[in-house]
Design a protein around this ligand. Structure first.
Ligand code: FEO
Ligand code: CA
Ligand code: CA
Length: 626
């Protein structure tokens, strides 16, 4: 399975190949189309009359904004199919950081012919930039950014992409993880501050502390770490988040793909199947690094799939894995304070038919007060949506699940299945509106909706927020916490947008009313609100621009007005790339956007290697962009 061909697959394609979900001959597949359709229409209608669902005064800020003319400060751009980035007239972009760019002057830069040497691989900007957040540390600007995975052909040119040695494994391990880097703007634009004492690489070998209910549990103990308290590394760091106290949250997504067994007779523990941990790892780590060989270290996979906290202000700090926030394919971590100061963190599990979660801290955050236990003591919930446009957060307690606290933290998917949480269409990023008490989750797509159950056997018939069978377009669900309190157990919900293609389909697959020929897109994924309450939507979908996807062009970034539902295209990425990761400079005059896995030479042009990059986008007049 480690042929080069498999390296070209997306993570969910690879998962399907490894462990296809059971075909469902016994699943009666009775999707009540009428009810489903009614749910969809109701959702869209409710969007237009949202105040009735939301409660009086909830959206007073955005309602006022809706009275004004368009909030969009740019002229929307057309879909594109070429190999560069486009932004509206009056805006410009330049690269900030590229795969293989040195963070320290003792690192060799990436070579066109030989890539990055193993010796420099933990001293350069890693590959496949993803979620990121900006911080100000002692007046200096810092970005923490994820490097989600690696393209082996690009990083191991001497083997043509095949993993053949421990050094090859180490190179790949070092090109992933997290970069923390100081950045600065000069007359020449933004750049990394090389050799800054704040620069740091966190890799798949960086020691981290385990905290929360699973810390020290026998399921986390290994020969190298009999205490189950110190894990080496973080992996498949996808989306991100920021705590109210100024630390970075990085989210471990497709961790299952890094493990395999060198012993073909190895009998995997029962719990592996739900998480897709198979017999062969995607990068053959298990052949050269015994830590990833499940026949030798069967508990090592239990030590990944968590939210990890990193202090960008202290390069010597030890990252912390917060097991209270559950173990699953974490997309991002959207933190917000409840009115009483408790910390609420919304969390998506990006897998077909898995769930949406939130964590509520036991204690309140107070500025300047202690924060060390806030993400370790609290309650994890899974979302249950009803077709009447209400929903509840079901607490994953020992009473409700029959599992103890540590088991809930380690086998969170199984716990959520036990309480009947709603199976979702691949929850990607959650974003919380800073000017209204509401949150949004991008449900990117789900070709298995109405076709197969999830890996736990849970029904995936079309349901309220996931109303379309074989959903290849995706949608964004929005919820309004009861009593304007993100810590509340109940909420009202509607659909902000159903992506679709009205030039190809009528009805549900044509999309909701706020989708039109001018803003076509599929597979919403990354999402961030800017400080004004504008929702920025990034896509990771089919960019063939044909058939069902005709007119959508390359992956892109759009802006959405929460109050009116208007969505306009702001940026298009190079063909083959995913647009993912968004943050702003301290003065909000620059937005930093991630361009992941461009297929053709980008950003340096013909004859140069394609390089995942962060770009800096500005207005020509240097006014604010968020
Ligand atoms: Fe790494 Fe679900 O995106
Ligand atoms: Ca994503
Ligand atoms: Ca995605």
């Amino acid at each position: 399975m480690n042929s080069n061909d498999t390296y070209d697959l997306s993570w969910d394609e690879w998962d399907e190949l490894q462990r296809p979900a059971a075909e469902t001959t016994d699943f009666d597949g009775v999707v009540d189309a009428a009810l489903s359709r009614r749910g969809f229409l109701t959702g869209v209608v409710a969007y237009g009359s949202g105040a009735a669902v939301m409660g009086a005064g909830l959206l007073s800020g955005t309602s006022a904004q809706a009275q004004t003319a368009s909030r969009f400060a740019f002229s929307p751009i057309a879909a594109q199919t070429d190999f560069t980035v486009h932004v509206p007239d009056g805006y410009n972009w330049q690269p900030l950081a590229k795969w293989g760019e040195p963070l320290f002057s003792d690192a060799e830069p990436l070579s066109q012919e030989t890539g990055v040497s193993v010796g420099s691989s933990d001293r350069v900007f890693g590959e496949n930039t993803d979620g990121m957040e900006a911080f100000v540390v002692d007046g200096r600007q810092v970005i923490a950014v994820n490097h989600e995975y690696v393209n082996t052909k690009a990083n191991l040119p001497h083997t043509g992409g095949e993993v053949q040695s421990a050094d090859d494994v180490l190179t790949l391990q070092n090109m992933q993880g997290v970069t923390v880097m100081e950045i600065a703007e000069s007359a020449d634009g933004w750049a990394i501050v090389k050799d800054s004492d704040l620069n740091r690489r966190i890799t798949q070998n960086t020691p981290m502390t385990v905290a929360g209910p699973a810390a020290g549990h026998p399921l986390l103990q290994t020969e190298a770490d009999p205490a189950g308290a110190t894990v080496l590394g973080t992996m498949n760091n996808c989306g991100a988040g920021k705590t109210p106290w100024g630390t970075y949250l990085t989210c471990e997504e497709n961790f299952n793909g890094y493990f395999g067994s060198t012993d073909p007779e190895f009998t995997a523990p029962d719990d592996y199947a739900r998480y897709g941990i198979g017999m062969e790892g995607r990068y053959a780590y298990e052949k050269f690094d015994a830590r990833f060989d499940t026949s030798k270290n069967p508990n090592e996979p239990h030590r990944f799939g968590y939210i990890v906290e990193i202090d960008p202000a202290d390069p010597s700090s030890t990252p912390i894995k917060h097991t209270a926030l559950g173990r699953f394919k974490h997309e991002n971590a959207a933190a917000v304070l409840a009115p009483d100061g408790r910390v609420v963190v919304y969390l998506g599990d990006d897998e077909r038919g898995e769930f949406l979660y939130k964590f509520v801290s036991a204690n309140a955050y107070t500025p300047g007060g202690p924060t060390s236990a806030l993400l370790d003591e609290g309650q994890l919930y899974a979302a249950k949506f009803s077709t009447d446009l209400t929903g509840e957060w079901v607490a994953l307690t020992p009473e409700a699940t029959g599992m103890d606290e540590a088991e809930i933290a380690i086998f969170t998917r199984q716990a959520a299945s036990k309480v009947g949480a709603t199976t979702m269409d691949r929850p990607e990023w959650v974003a919380v509106n800073p000017v209204a008490v509401e949150a949004y989750c991008a449900l990117t797509n789900n070709k298995n909706r109405g076709v197969k159950p999830n890996a736990g056997g849970d029904d995936t018939a079309a349901n309220g927020p996931n109303p379309r069978d074989e959903n290849n377009y995706g949608q964004i669900v929005r919820w309004y916490p009861s009593n304007d309190d993100h810590a509340a157990d109940t909420f009202a919900w509607d659909l902000y947008v159903m992506a679709g293609n009205p030039t190809v389909h009528e009805g549900a697959y044509g999309g909701s009313a706020n989708v039109n020929e001018g803003n076509l897109f599929n597979s919403p994924d990354g999402m961030q609100f800017d400080s004004t309450g504008m929702l920025w939507i990034q896509t990771d979908g089919d960019d063939d621009n044909e058939g069902d996807f005709a007119g959508m062009g390359n992956n892109q970034m759009l802006a959405g007005d929460p109050a009116t539902g208007q969505i306009e295209r702001f940026l298009t990425g190079p063909n083959g790339s995913e647009v993912t990761g968004l943050t702003w400079s301290a003065d909000k005059r620059t937005m930093f956007v991630g361009i992941q896995h461009p297929a053709a030479p980008f950003p340096d042009g013909e004859g140069m290697l394609p390089r995942s990059s962060i770009i800096a986008v500005k207005r020509d007049d240097n006014e604010r962009v968020g």
